[in-house]
Write a protein that binds this ligand. Structure first.
Ligand code: OOG
Ligand code: NI
Length: 467
């Protein structure tokens, strides 16, 4: 039966992302400014660079593109998150361990829920960086605190049963119809709204002495969106315009430096949110108005996905920059540019030839065929104009930048880590798959598969099976 009312997962995902954006705009006014400035920058870049500006995604995709960040406390809560995002066509991709990332020590491990198929990403690439608290890591939590924390977390309910039932149905039936779709979206958005419930000040502060992130996750009985990040085509220009509007940004753009070669991976910058009023319950039971600063603004520019080898080179270049001990952010940028120029190819073609970047390959339409056979190597096919290469966009995150984002968010930079030995639980990718209840996918595998499929298609179309 034809059902005009049916909304497919991608339509639910696009609606969810748009509603979350409206909600966050009401909750955090500076977010509205960020979205406005991002849109202006994107339009200016499009005007200045034309079609080239859309090489890493159509302007429609980029303008609507957001990533959110949420934090949960238990494997059970994480598996519920996976069901809600599963209904939106989003899968867990990548494992990030923020406990030991440079300069950070945040007691979480993370993954990102996102669409994985190229056509799904093109329709709406909404993704959510999702972090899970690690109470069993004795470097942060002594046994008594761990036990009380786990008891507190086990007693709360982040997602109503009705929402989870609708989510499971959406996943099983490839979407939802009419009133069910509406109800699902309403409940899902509400689950990530900042709660007005009073916070137990003593408990919150006890956790905050271990880590502000631990308090944000385990000190309250609900979860909330921590930030919602628009994508921009020129992040340096955005940084200048936000600063000109009087918004104090962190002192750097994280990730690769700006340079005159191809954009790769991910560049991000952020600003700290203002204090938000939150009701607090004192030890004597009185509820007073307090304030907390846990949310902030972030923006990002995305570049080409690197291969495993390209990523290893990137990590190595970061180490080289660190080894030169730049004293200021400006010096760091200058050093990074130099290191970059010395080691990275300056063209997309160079990235492809050295096996550092991912591309998809496409037979050029309408090329006059004079009867000559196409050459047999990819390089010659590209040179002869038989085939063109399109860069694959990096859809994931960077642990070191993520650690920087967490850090920029902590008022008391002090994180108390305990030094009493071994880990109770090995929080690794396999463990996380078990917690999520679904396989955490390997991002390199996804990019590689897309590239290989495109080469096989070119091979079929040109009669070159070995390509
Ligand atoms: C997540 C921080 C990481 C990013 O863009 O790297 C992140 C958080 O603060 O919960 O969102
Ligand atoms: Ni983020």
């Amino acid at each position: 039966m034809a059902d005009d009312d049916h909304r497919h997962p991608w339509q639910l995902r696009a609606a969810f992302a748009a509603r979350l954006s409206d909600m966050y705009g009401r909750e955090v006014p500076a977010y509205g400014t960020l979205v406005d400035v991002s849109r202006e920058v994107n339009q200016d870049v499009l005007r200045a660079r034309g079609a080239d500006a859309e090489r890493l995604g159509s302007i429609g995709r980029v303008t609507a593109e957001r990533h959110g960040a949420i934090r949960v406390g238990t494997p059970e809560e994480l598996s519920q998150v996976a069901r809600i995002f599963g209904a939106l066509g989003m899968r867990p991709v990548g494992f990030y361990d923020l406990r030991e990332a440079a300069g950070s020590a945040v007691p979480v491990v993370s993954t990102a829920f996102r669409p994985v198929a190229a056509d799904e990403l093109a329709r709406n690439p909404f993704r959510v960086f999702t972090s899970l608290l690690t109470p069993a890591d004795p470097r942060f939590f002594e046994p008594g605190l761990r036990a009380r924390l786990e008891r507190f977390l086990a007693a709360r309910e982040l997602f109503p049963r009705e929402l989870l039932v609708l989510a499971d149905r959406a996943e099983a039936e490839d979407g939802l119809s009419g009133a069910d779709a509406e109800r699902f979206l309403t409940l899902a958005v509400r689950s990530f709204q900042l709660s007005a419930e009073p916070i137990d000040r003593g408990w919150y502060e006890e956790l905050a002495r271990v880590s502000a992130v631990a308090a944000d996750i385990g000190g309250v009985r609900s979860t909330h969106l921590n930030h919602l990040t628009p994508r921009v085509l020129d992040i340096d220009e955005l940084y200048r315009r936000m600063t000109a509007r009087g918004i104090k940004m962190i002192d750097t753009v994280q990730g690769p430096p700006a340079w005159d070669g191809p954009d790769v991976l991910l560049r991000q910058t952020s600003f700290r949110a203002l204090d938000e009023p939150r009701a607090m319950r004192e030890a004597d039971g009185r509820v007073v108005s307090g304030s907390l600063r846990v949310r902030f603004g972030e923006v990002e520019a995305r570049g080409i996905a690197l291969t495993r080898a390209g990523r290893a080179l990137y990590d190595d270049l970061l180490d080289q920059v660190d080894a030169r001990r730049p004293a200021t952010p400006a010096e760091r940028t200058a050093v990074a540019r130099e290191v970059w120029a010395a080691h990275l190819p300056r063209t997309e073609r160079g990235l492809a030839e050295r096996g550092l970047g991912h591309f998809t390959y496409h037979v050029v339409d309408g090329r006059p065929r004079d009867g000559s056979a196409p050459p047999a190597t990819l390089g010659a096919l590209l040179d002869g104009g038989w085939v063109r290469a399109e860069p694959v966009v990096y859809e994931d995150f960077l642990p070191r930048s993520a650690a920087g984002i967490f850090q920029s968010n902590l008022r008391e930079a002090g994180v108390r880590t305990r030094d009493d030995g071994r880990e109770g639980v090995a929080y690794d990718s396999a463990w996380l798959s078990g917690a999520v209840g679904r396989a955490v996918l390997d991002p390199f595998g996804l990019y590689g598969a897309e590239e290989r499929l495109s080469l096989e298609r070119v091979g079929r179309e040109l009669g070159l099976p070995g390509l």
